[in-house]
Unconditional design. Sequence first.
Length: 94
Amino acid sequence: MSTPEQEILKKYGTSPQALICKGMEAEVYALRDDAVLKLYTGTLDSAYLVVLQKFYDSLDRSVLSYALPGIISVDVEGDVCITVERKLSGTRLS
């Protein structure tokens, strides 16, 4: 893990040991009981994540019996896009 990513984890109050999963686009870290931290290093543009955040916010969750993803915040530090997202319960598909 690079130093910039370590600094980001420290800033958000988590650590490399909190890694939940690493995929093609992002690394996902436990943040709080209800949230995760995602680091997209050079894989996505923050504008895309803001559009995705607005899309998630536009969905009517009250008519569904299951949880939907949600982006709480989007930030950028260097070439790393950062999101704080709602933690979904369940079993990972990978």
